[in-house]
Design a protein around this ligand. Sequence first.
Ligand SMILES: *Cc1c(COP(=O)(O)O)cnc(C)c1O
Length: 373
Amino acid sequence: MVKLEKETIVAQIGNKKCEKTGAVNMPIYLSTAYRHEDLGRSTGFDYTRTGNPTRDALQEALAVLEGGYQAFATSSGMSAIQLVFEKFQTGDHIISIQDVYGGSFRFFRQIEAKYQISFSYWDGRALSDLALLVRPESKAIFIETPSNPLMRELDLAELARFAKQHHLLLIVDNTFYTPVFQQPLALGADIVLHSATKYLGGHNDVLAGAVIVKDPTLAAFYEETLNAIGCVLAPFDCWLLIRGLKTLYLRMKQHQENARAVAAFLAEHPLVQQVLYPGKGGMISFYIQDEKLVSPLLRALELFTFAESLGGVESLITYPATQTHADIPKDVRDAYGLTNQLVRLSVGIEAKQDLIADLSQGLAKVEAEVGAR
Ligand SMILES: *Cc1c(COP(=O)(O)O)cnc(C)c1O
């Protein structure tokens, strides 16, 4: 068959998987055990931690979307990160970026204390500064692009060349852009991971993670490790994620269109000091003129929900300083621009004029209430 477009592949996930019934929708195989005909004879399934047909359908699709050799569906984004780090051991050194997801930073601090895997943080700017962080025991570079929450884009192809030159693995958390806007493996990265809880799932209803790798040897290592540690995604959650993925391309298109309109509106607003939007995707951060305005704004908004997540169809507003990035000390945050004036929006797929109207009325209320100007 001809090579299909990604939009087609996602819409068709799970179809034609059940010869017997012809089910169009992927069946949820809840069975944890699978019957064997005889010694050495198996359907390919024996126990659900090791393999499950619903999870297989999801993993096949994830591998295709990211252009990888194999994908692994895990119980959360954090367990995806944990699985990735099973590759490293005491004494290893990892380089990450300063404005990395707060939960990743917390996990790094823990394994640093418990397992003496050490970390250095790069500001994401000059490659010459990155080179200064490389040590003989360095094993990998772990990044997010765009960075979170400052929305700075990194040059993945350049970083991949750098990583190769220094014999480091390049690990990319692709949660924000998804394979729709960025395919790190094609640009030279070794490992891509996701909090599938966000855009891949897309409906604020499933906690999930994914790891996708390019190299078969690395894939075999992660397959064995995932079976050993067991943080796999449950069958029902695999089904929810499949359901979400079917509309990934449609949703991302709308998220981006709306975010562009919202970013343009915010950039012109007098209470907004600076908008951080790289021009792609559905995530926007902005500095409000005064930290005192944050709480009134959160209360004034009617459509944007004050909640800690992103990537769902419903628009959310998050305050990184006390929510997603609370584990990063204030002086560290301030030093790189994650100040108490920074607010983050996950722009949903609602009508963009309604989203802009909500922000407009919210900011007007704040202005009246605080008499800020
Ligand atoms: C949410 C998030 C994670 C963690 O994923 P969970 O599914 O919440 O465990 C990791 N990276 C990024 C960029 C995230 O936004």
